[in-house]
Design a binder for this molecule. Structure first.
Ligand SMILES: Cc1cc2nc3c(=O)[nH]c(=O)nc-3n(C[C@H](O)[C@H](O)[C@H](O)COP(=O)(O)OP(=O)(O)OC[C@H]3O[C@@H](n4cnc5c(N)ncnc54)[C@H](O)[C@@H]3O)c2cc1C
Length: 386
């Protein structure tokens, strides 16, 4: 099997992977960076609402101009029926950071891959990494018809944790959740994301570029399996008060996706010459609206850590990266639990479980991802630019 060599290989060409590859080109320009992506970003994908805070990260990555040129929909407001049956609106105009965006997510992923290729990242699309074994100090990665030996690896494969065992990482699933999503065209809107809590879980919808729209129901996978059946999904949709009216008569369903959307982390966050980033490191509940920003930010940080590793500062890089990851998770757990608690007004299984998560949150905070408070104190240096 042909074999080649690179300083850095990034596994996964999503947002975390492309952010890592772009950062490596700037931070360690002498190194060869190969980005390996199993798909081609040619299919619709959920994860469409981008908070305004992403602007700074996109500028840092050198992707702001192509982002503006894509003309995504400006998010005017988030509207929710959460704590009670009345709609409350949080207009973007009152946000200090300005408005966010409602994306064509596949186009967004594509434009970051294109930006990476422009800076000299070697991009391989339609090419999955099948396994990883130690090779000297680095890693030998097996592809379908070739091998590549990397001095350091950034593992940014999203919610696909197939390589965990090869790398010596363990997946911790903290809470299950599934998203039963349908996309439509001929369903324009007024640039608002709408969220509605329901006895079975919660729904969201946003209008996307080109007059299309996403509509999703999020619930526990054991409670929502019937929603795979279109009749059940449309029946549940019809019972919503604020989501169903967003679909005009002429709207046409274009695709369906069922995705895992629960909370999961890997432990450790980084190991011998590898660093996890994005969902692979910490997959968040979409209610938190932090997945994309976390993917971009952790991709940038993972690039610094991987670069430190091959410069002989492996132990420091691992400890510092793990501390930052643990802090992010410790902040998330109580915030998510409090957000669910605010809507827990039904005695249905979905909301009963969320009430018990509130009790668990206190226990999880501070023990996040196995980092002791002593390690937190001794590793408080931050990476530049963040
Ligand atoms: C229903 C739903 C709604 C969401 N809504 C929002 C939202 O509104 N706002 C928000 O900020 N976040 C949202 N998120 C979360 C957000 O989409 C994710 O956090 C984000 O996509 C994570 O980026 P990533 O790069 O880590 O992973 P991904 O975007 O999943 O990219 C990982 C890439 O790795 C590739 N890959 C996997 N295995 C391999 C392999 N072995 N070899 C090579 N390539 C591989 C995959 O093909 C994929 O392209 C939502 C998530 C869900 C499920």
């Amino acid at each position: 099997m042909p074999s080649e060599q690179a300083e850095f290989v990034v596994i996964g060409g999503g947002l975390a992977g492309t952010a890592a590859a772009l950062t490596l080109r700037r931070h360690a320009p002498e190194g060869r960076v190969v980005l390996i992506e199993a798909g081609r970003h040619d299919r619709v994908k959920p994860g469409e609402v981008l908070p305004a805070v992403a602007q700074g990260l996109l500028r840092q990555l050198g992707a702001w101009e192509p982002f503006l040129a894509a003309s995504f929909v400006d998010n005017r407001a988030v509207v929710s029926a959460w704590a009670d049956d009345a709609l409350s609106e949080r207009p973007s105009i009152f946000s200090a950071q300005g408005s966010g965006w409602q994306l064509d997510r596949a186009r967004f992923d594509q434009l970051l891959v294109e930006a990476a290729a422009t800076t000299g990242v070697e991009v391989r699309l339609g090419c999955a990494v099948r396994s990883a074994v130690r090779d000297g100090q680095g890693w030998r990665l097996e592809l379908a018809d070739a091998e590549i030996v990397a001095d350091a690896v950034i593992w940014a494969a999203g919610r696909s944790w197939r390589l965990a065992r090869c790398l010596g990482a363990a997946l911790k699933v903290h809470a299950h959740l599934a998203a039963y999503t349908r996309f439509f065209d001929s369903a324009p809107g007024d640039c608002r994301m709408v969220i509605e809590a329901r006895p079975e879980g919660w729904w969201y919808s946003a209008d996307l570029p080109g007059g299309s729209r996403v509509v999703a129901c999020l619930t526990d996978p054991d409670l929502g399996s019937a929603l795979r059946d279109p009749k059940s999904w449309y029946r549940a949709l019809a019972a919503t008060r604020f989501i169903a009216p967003l679909l005009p008569r002429g709207a046409r369903e274009t695709s369906v996706a069922v995705k895992s959307a629960g909370t999961a982390t890997v432990d450790p966050a980084a190991g011998e010459r590898w660093v996890a980033a994005g969902d692979c490191l910490f997959a968040a509940d979409p209610l938190s609206s932090r997945g994309i920003v976390h993917a971009l930010r952790s991709g940038i940080l993972a690039a610094y850590a991987a670069s430190d590793m091959i410069d002989g500062r492996s132990e420091l890089a691992r400890r510092r990266y793990a501390m930052i990851a643990a802090q992010g998770f410790a902040d998330y757990v109580p915030a998510l639990a409090a957000h669910y608690a605010a809507a827990a007004r039904w005695d249905t299984p979905f909301w009963q479980r969320r009430r018990s998560h509130v009790d668990d949150a206190a226990a999880v905070q501070g023990q996040a991802m196995g980092i002791s408070s002593r390690e937190k104190q001794s590793n408080e240096t931050r990476y530049p630019g963040l």
